[in-house]
Design a protein. Structure first.
Length: 162
């Protein structure tokens, strides 16, 4: 496939069900998460919970669209002066086109207006694509936390927003 045309914007209420389905599809295929982690994360991002996110903060759920279909997402929330980056994901047919990078860059533009000074997130220690992307965008590895969420190893990351 050639480079797809896509746009990034906040999710509209009417798109919550479609996005919830995409999140479930993306998360269910992640081999570096165990079954308990996949189940829990899929349950956490139902259509109703996504609607609650955007009701509290319209910039908390960004989506990438191509031909009016949601192909990617960036889920965040305000956390005591910080922005917690919960998830970044792209439909498998649209990976390696810079969509995740563009989603993160768009999210970073919202941080200051949301009253935060830093972004933080985590990824599995074996998630090489996320580690590469976060490093390229200037996120700093804080440490490695072994036997953490769902009994798995994670790396917390941070990026101050100036």
């Amino acid at each position: 496939m050639s480079q797809p045309d896509f746009t990034i914007r906040p999710m509209a209420s009417a798109e919550a069900f479609e996005l919830s389905s995409l999140i479930a599809e993306v998360v269910s295929t992640l081999t570096y998460y165990n079954d308990a982690a996949r189940r829990s994360e899929i349950e956490k991002y139902s259509a109703s919970s996504l609607l609650e996110y955007i009701e509290e903060d319209a910039d908390s759920v960004l989506i990438a669209l191509s031909d009016e279909k949601i192909i990617g997402f960036c889920l965040t929330y305000y956390d005591d002066g910080l922005i917690w980056l919960s998830w970044i994901g792209v439909h498998s047919d649209f990976r390696r086109y810079g969509i995740a990078q563009k989603l993160l860059l768009e999210m970073e533009k919202t941080v200051r207006k949301r009253g935060a000074h830093k972004i933080w997130c985590d990824c599995r220690t074996v998630n090489e694509p996320s580690k590469k992307l976060l490093t390229e965008l200037g996120y700093r590895k804080i440490c490695t936390v072994e036997n953490h969420w769902y009994g798995q190893d994670f790396i917390p990351w941070e990026k101050p927003v100036l």
